[in-house]
Ligand binder design. Structure first.
Ligand code: NAD
Length: 492
């Protein structure tokens, strides 16, 4: 029998084990060691969580917003206090380096800080005298029970793109983390409890597709926010909408970056090595394709190969490691298969990261950074989100050509340009079909007070995660038109 920790659900302010459930191993991808066993909660467990959230809702909604945010202040300080412990957990279950994990947790905390602005940010609006003696005003009211479904690659940050906003605005929430990286949110629930949130306001249900479907089918769940791959995002968007729920679904990505010949090449190479190979490429804002204009391509190719060759790959808890493993043997095999497919389709390998063996961590799911040149528009490797440390290169003659390629792509999560020419930068940001844009930036991740603005197949919905968009998502507007004393209607 495995001695791994058995994870539980957090429902109505208490830890709960499903009466009947299958369990999955949660595995450290650097060591292949089983860290925990996570329950795949069946629909009756989801129903318990929804019931707890429904019961907590009336009192929470009536709690003044100033009082609601006091719980978030306490949670923020607890997250600060426990940031190293939580970051370590992220590295253990996800594989990214400790520094990357800590950066992730800082972004999570930043969202709590922005949500604490609820007294201002959830205000409505007022007009006096829309007709003589008649006033019109708008409130923002919460929706009820909401659900958050998150992916494996940011187990600490992504639930916080939604959770703090949901509760700050008076909703109750059920978080369903990725079954592959569920330990971080398990620990966060201890802090939620310590922060003193009333029972049932924040709940955690572990599981996979069946658990998600139960949330999508439950009539009391009023809003669903999802982040994950595009096929699942599309499914969630359609199904939640069919069931009459408010839904936003952020999907996958394949992010292009243009390098102009006038770019600062030393800086560009350094920044793009981090963008492409950071988090082992398992980041929805990783640069996956570099389009070099003219000579920029050749200079960049030489520099990025050197950066790939010298990047220190290993266990993310070790000092100096710059890149960890990918999440699973299946992911590793898929990525290696896509590299092989790229070569078969005519791409040239400039640096091959397959077959990596990292001394001391031979059981881990490691690749080294990989660089492929001569990617063809329409090829598998051009079309497919690889979600690993693989960078494709293309060469074109003009910025217009680069823009044409980018604007023909499926996804629109991020597009970047490296240049020292303001005209090029302006043209790029104006014309590019992408919702997050970087100019001399490699990972254009919006701060918590801006929306995370995916476009095209990277996003299904109207408003996005974070900031003012999250306040919109978690509230419904109520407009009141009001007339009182008759004499106010007279002409003076
Ligand atoms: P995934 O789509 O496999 O899983 C995401 C969530 O959906 C998980 O909680 C999972 O349990 C659930 N799920 C999976 N299959 C399901 C199904 N058939 N029915 C219902 N629920 C299901 O994604 P992942 O592999 O965990 O994460 C990586 C993906 O997420 C990448 O495509 C990446 O680009 C994307 N991502 C996007 C953003 C963004 O903001 N756009 C951010 C991070 C990650």
């Amino acid at each position: 029998m495995s001695k791994a920790k058995i994870l539980r659900n957090y429902i109505g302010g208490a830890w709960h084990t499903p009466a009947q459930a299958e369990y999955l191993d949660v595995v450290n991808p650097a060591t292949a060691q089983v860290l925990a066993r996570v329950p795949l909660s069946p629909p009756d467990e989801v129903a318990l969580a929804v019931q707890a959230a429904e019961e907590a809702y009336p009192a929470w909604r009536r709690t003044p917003v100033e009082d609601r945010i006091q719980y978030l202040f306490r949670l923020k300080y607890l997250l600060d206090e426990h940031i190293d412990e939580l970051s370590r957990l992220i590295t253990e279950e996800n594989g990214k380096t400790f520094k990357e994990s800590k950066g992730e947790m800082k972004r999570a905390i930043e969202n709590v800080e922005v949500a604490i602005g609820a007294p201002t940010l959830m205000q409505g609006g007022t007009n006096e005298d829309i007709a003589r003696g008649i006033d019109e005003y708008m409130f923002r009211q919460p929706l009820g029970v909401t659900a958050v479904i998150s992916p494996f690659n940011f187990p600490g940050m992504i639930p916080f793109w939604f959770l703090p906003y949901a509760v700050a605005t008076g909703n109750t929430v059920i978080v369903k983390p990725s079954e592959r990286t569920p330990m971080t949110m398990q620990r966060v629930m201890d802090l939620v409890e310590e922060a003193g949130f009333p029972k049932g306001v924040i709940n955690l249900v572990n599981g996979a597709a069946e658990t998600v479907n139960a949330l999508l089918d439950h009539p009391a769940v009023k809003a669903v926010s999802f982040v994950g791959s595009t096929p699942v995002a599309k499914y969630i968007y359609a199904k939640a909408a069919q069931n009459g729920k408010r839904v936003l679904a952020q999907g996958g990505a394949k992010n292009p970056t243009v390098i102009m010949p006038d770019a600062d090449m030393e800086m560009t190479i350094r920044i793009l090595a981090d963008s492409a190979f950071g988090n082992a490429g398992q980041r929805c804002l990783a640069t996956a394709l570099v389009i070099g204009v003219g000579e920029a391509h050749d200079i960049f190719a030489e520099g990025i190969v050197e950066a790939a060759r010298t990047r220190k790959v290993g266990y993310g808890l070790e000092e100096g490691v710059q890149m960890g493993p990918v999440i699973s043997p299946k992911a590793k095999a898929r990525i290696e298969g896509l590299i092989a497919k790229g070569i078969e389709e005519g791409a040239k390998v400039l640096y091959d990261g397959r077959g990596a063996v990292i001394p001391g961590w031979e059981n881990g799911y490691f690749l080294r950074p990989t660089v492929l040149d001569g990617i063809q528009v329409g090829s598998t490797i051009f079309e497919t989100e690889i979600f690993g440390p693989v960078l494709g290169l293309m060469k074109v003659d003009t910025l217009d050509e680069a823009l044409k390629i980018i604007n023909g792509m499926r996804y629109g999560n991020m597009a970047c340009i490296f240049t020292n020419n303001g005209g090029h930068a302006r043209k790029f940001r104006y014309e590019v079909l992408s919702g997050n844009v970087g100019i001399n930036i490699g990972v254009a991740a919006p701060m918590a007070f801006y929306p995370f603005s995916g476009w095209r197949e990277s996003f299904f919905g109207t408003v996005h995660a974070q900031g003012q968009h999250a306040f919109e998502f978690y509230t419904q507007t109520k407009v009141v038109i009001e007339r009182w004393l008759k004499e106010w209607s007279r002409k003076f």
